[in-house]
Design a binder for this molecule. Sequence first.
Ligand code: ADP
Ligand code: MG
Length: 233
Amino acid sequence: MIEIKDLHKSYRMGSNSLHVLKGINFTAESGELVAIMGSSGSGKSTLLNILGMLDEADSGDYTLDGVPIKNLNETKAAKYRNKFLGFIFQSFNLINYKSALENVALPLYYQRIPRKERQERAMKYLGQVGLKEWAHHLPSELSGGQKQRVAIARAMAAEPKVLLADEPTGALDSTTSYEVMDLIQKINDQGNTILVVTHEDDIAHMCKRIIHLKDGVIEKDEKVTQVRASQYV
Ligand code: ADP
Ligand code: MG
């Protein structure tokens, strides 16, 4: 599903250059649940943003579902991003003046899905995250965990091939974090490919594989026995 070869990325600031990714190689098959770990500043978000086509590498190859991701114009990039990728962020990134339902339905609008189907699909995915009763509430009326569940429903509603989550539990207490991981595990159980950036060891062990980033390279790439979050919620 995801194949990257010798990926490099530097940030230039004036005359200085910061080499963040120094040759990253990995493959993730369809249906994997992968944690990307590393200390703060190790390049986790940089890597995830490149995988999410929100940023571009300086060199190296990236193939997503058989499509080489390189030198795409913004229209093509946006098309693939919509078709292939769903995003979940630490800070939820919900629109404050729109209801939970409208937040989930919004990406479908950009995919030109008719209004009725948008509403139905948004409600279906809100139901899957257990928030049907909260559909007409604003984000300010929801708890942190509920907001993240809305964000997960929004990512899922577009039915992407890959979900990319950047510290999805970073703003949540541990019980709520486990609820969110329980949901992520259930989505993965249905066969979705998911990459989760985290710096928390317990969260990483709720995935099936852990990739450790250090000094710009993959220091370790290990399969782990998945700890189920459901036992904690
Ligand atoms: P992580 O997510 O692991 O904390 P990041 O990928 O956000 O790390 O950042 C890696 C390094 O690159 C950090 O030193 C950060 O300050 C730097 N960095 C990230 N984004 C930019 C940018 N847009 N411009 C300059 N430096 C950046
Ligand atoms: Mg980060």
